[in-house]
Design a protein around this ligand. Structure first.
Ligand code: NOJ
Length: 764
């Protein structure tokens, strides 16, 4: 439907894909056009459309071309150049009987050739312009490489940082993640998925993947309907409402039923309740995995369950191809179900604009870039600007930062010169050789004015088991390369470098593979090798600036207490090194805020801020006995959601409410005055939280409902006004009705989720 308006102008065009001789349907009428095409297809051709092939994994290229020409492939993923995709499209759009184009997809999650900060970093900007722009440029670069679709955004709420894929999402909060979901879809697709300079967004992983038990990847999810509807489902919904053309189905089960065979999820919720009109794809091999989940005893049953549940395309497994013909023949699967799935696949291709022009994004050979990795194809300035906004200043004792551009800086640490790691996981077609590392960024910033001395200081980890795991998939070209010197020698060199310097900038964290798919951790601390390095550097007495590079919250208690400055940089992407140097030297005033809480210890997980109220809460300043807490350590997170410092300071006034009561369907406003009380211009994020004081079900202690990022000159004040309407007060009650209940509400406004001002009003 989305495309109809765009294509209305093309209403006079006729289908070029239909059988010669058959009266083609007008292309401007999507439904008629697709119905007409389906009417011409054999069962084998229909089943072919449901097949999504992984390039380089499923079969060699000559065989793939034959399969495509035979009408047995609907789309592919993992090939990333126009030259690679063209012969495949030729096989589909020129050689196959019905000339139905295929589409090309890829995991373009936070950049394509240019790598932007990981999603957790983008979310830290709390700037939807930044999030949208990163997606827009990713889509632009991907489409320029002949891609039509991306398996993104990944909007799984993640409250358990043991989960390695925390890095791929936008954090723990339903509102913030939903905003990021919307902005990403807008960015990737532009005005519509037919945009030749954008790609169709496949939101993933539907659903609840971030809640896997114990943070163990691929594990089960067991969740109350209230929590699902209230907290975990809104970001998928937001992406769909923003027009995402596709949905990727999660690998986990949901309350005992794998998402891949979950009719409630895919038909009742997604299609009937939410009105989703696009295409669904399974995740990699997920139909096959129904056997291992133990809900299908053979491939036939697996295929039947998946097609019945509403899985339109099967990714990288052959169950549909092998089993659907027999299932249809025996009457176990009505051909209507196949037609429904084919309609969605063809609909997606129609929406991508591929029936108008299968080469819409591939272009012709004469226009192919001579070098796909050419510098001129990168968007460095935009990547640097986004990365600057994604950095979160956690500590800054005695104004250690910003540094002066003079003297000698010791740049130390296993992450300081790590061009692969700084890209983060899912770095698409990014090239490590084009990354600016922290070392490079510091050298560029100091060029002509100061000196950099460098020492690696430690390996990311000395645990060979971990190194073996991280290199498992790429032994030929290992990502984690161990320095063979002894830890003692490396530390001695680093300490010596520090002694010769005025300040230490040490980059520590996780190699990117540690925060990735299938990289769940049992510890959230820095590996021992890096802790030893930090402690040795501390003994030099030099100012210690710790730069964190990681894809999940870490338990950085020692670092919090001992670093003079602590900067969370996530994985900041192609221009990461420049952006970090910009912040360290004060060319950029940091303004990022945490999109996820940092726990004090592993045992404290989960530490998300918007937890439900309880009967015996721990109250700071009151005796902890018989309250809900851990007796061995302090309560509350190490760093709360929404937290982040600046080189300037801000004050916040009390809240002014426009009224004490709000009528049904009425409106209120809550205003605060935020003032820059420091010496330099800076941005902060004013955050609005709401607490329902009494309701028919237990409600969270607070929930983020709105935020504004404001830029203020020194001494400048601004009144920030948040409108509050009934929508902001609604929740899913015990019967899953979405409604606001009359009674008192606390409005809280702060510059993080913990230090807030509060006022109360009543909904009548
Ligand atoms: C498996 C991952 O779970 C998913 O996020 C990704 O899109 C597919 N593989 C395709 O690469």
């Amino acid at each position: 439907m989305r495309m109809l308006s765009t294509l209305a102008v093309a209403a006079s065009l006729v289908c070029t894909a239909g059988l010669a001789g058959a009266a083609p349907a007008p292309m401007g009428d999507k439904n008629a056009f697709i119905a007409d095409l389906i009417g011409q297809m054999t069962l084998e051709e229909k089943i072919g459309q449901l097949r999504l092939i992984s390039i380089g994994q499923d079969m060699p290229q000559p065989q793939l071309i034959k399969e495509i020409a035979a009408g047995r492939v609907g789309g592919t993923f993992n090939s990333v150049t126009r030259a690679d995709n063209r012969p495949l499209q030729d096989a589909a759009a020129r050689q196959s009987r019905l000339k139905i184009p295929i589409f090309f997809a890829y995991d373009v999650v936070h950049g394509h050739r240019t790598v932007f900060p990981i999603s957790l970093g983008l979310a830290s900007s709390w700037d939807m312009g930044v999030v949208e722009q990163a997606a827009r440029i990713s889509g632009l670069e991907a489409s320029a490489d002949g891609l039509d679709a991306t398996f993104a955004p990944m909007v799984d709420i993640s409250r358990d940082p043991r989960w390695g894929r925390t890095s791929e999402g936008f954090g723990e909060d339903p509102h913030l993640v939903s905003q990021c979901a919307r902005a990403s879809v807008k960015g990737f697709q532009g005005a519509s998925p037919a945009n030749p300079q954008g790609v169709m967004a496949f939101v993933k992983h539907f659903a609840l993947y971030g809640a896997v038990e114990g943070g163990r990847d691929y594990n089960t999810v067991d969740m109350s309907p209230q929590r699902m509807y209230q907290d975990y489902l809104p970001p998928y919904r937001a992406a769909i409402d923003a027009g995402a053309g596709g949905v990727m189905i999660a690998l986990n089960s949901v309350n005992g039923v794998p998402a891949t065979s979950n009719t409630w999820l895919l038909r009742d919720l997604l299609r009937k309740e939410w009105g989703f009109k696009g295409v669904t794809v399974s995740d990699h091999g997920a139909i096959d995995e129904l056997l291992r989940h133990g809900v299908a005893s053979n491939g036939r049953e697996a295929a039947k369950l998946a097609i019945q549940a509403g899985v339109d395309m099967s990714m990288a497994d052959s169950r549909y191809l092998e089993q659907l013909p027999g299932l249809v023949k025996s009457g176990d699967v009505p051909v209507r179900l196949i037609d429904d799935a084919v309609r969605e696949v063809l609909g997606a291709k129609y929406d991508m604009g591929l029936f108008q022009d299968p080469y819409r994004r591939i272009g012709n050979a004469a226009g192919d870039p001579a070098d796909v990795n050419a510098e001129a194809r990168l968007h460095r300035a935009e990547a640097r600007a986004a990365a600057r906004k994604s950095l979160v200043l956690l500590e800054n004792r005695n104004q250690t930062l910003p540094l002066k551009k003079s003297g000698t800086v010791a740049v130390i640490g296993p992450m300081a010169d790590a061009p692969i790691d700084i890209m983060g996981s899912w770095s698409a077609a990014g090239k490590a050789t084009q990354s600016v590392t922290l070392l490079q960024g510091m050298r560029d910033a100091l060029a002509g004015n100061g000196k950099v001395v460098y020492a690696r200081g430690a390996n990311v980890t000395d645990d060979e088991r971990v190194v073996g795991y991280l290199n498992f998939l790429n032994w030929d070209n290992p990502e984690v390369v161990q320095d063979k010197r002894s830890p003692g020698d490396m530390i001695a060199e680093a300490v010596e470098a520090a002694r010769q310097s005025d300040v230490i900038v040490v980059a520590v964290g996780e190699s990117r593979g540690m925060s990735h798919e299938a990289s769940s951790r049992t510890s959230l601390s820095l590996p021992g090798s890096q802790q030893t390095l930090l402690k040795a550097l501390r003994t030099t007495g030099k100012p210690l600036v710790v730069v964190l590079m990681n894809g999940r919250p870490l338990t950085v208690n020692w670092e919090k207490e001992n670093a003079d400055a602590l900067l969370e940089t996530w994985y900041a992407g192609t221009e990461g090194g420049h952006a970090i140097a910009d912040v360290l030297f004060g060319d950029e005033n940091p303004s990022g805020k945490l999109p996820i809480s940092f726990p004090r210890s592993l045992g404290q997980i989960p530490t998300y801020y918007n937890h439900l109220r309880i009967g015996r809460p721990f109250t700071p300043g009151k005796p902890p006995n018989y309250t809900s807490q851990y007796f061995e350590e302090e309560s509350g997170p190490l760093y709360p959601f929404g937290y982040g410092l600046s080189y300037t300071t801000f004050s916040l006034s009390d809240i002014t409410l426009s009224g004490q009561t709000m009528p049904r369907n009425g409106k209120l406003t809550a205003s605060v005055t935020v003032k820059n009380t420091g010496q330099r211009e800076g941005e902060t994020v004013v955050q609005l939280y709401v607490q329902d004081v009494t309701a028919s079900v237990v409600r969270p202690v607070k929930e983020l409902k709105d935020f504004r990022k404001v830029l203020l000159k020194p001494g400048e004040s601004r009144v920030v006004t948040f409108p509050i309407d009934e929508d902001k007060l609604k929740f899913f009650n015990a019967r899953l009705e979405y409604a606001a209940e009359p009674g008192d509400f606390n409005v809280q406004i702060g510059l993080d989720s913990e230090s807030v001002r509060q006022q109360r009003f009543a909904l009548q």
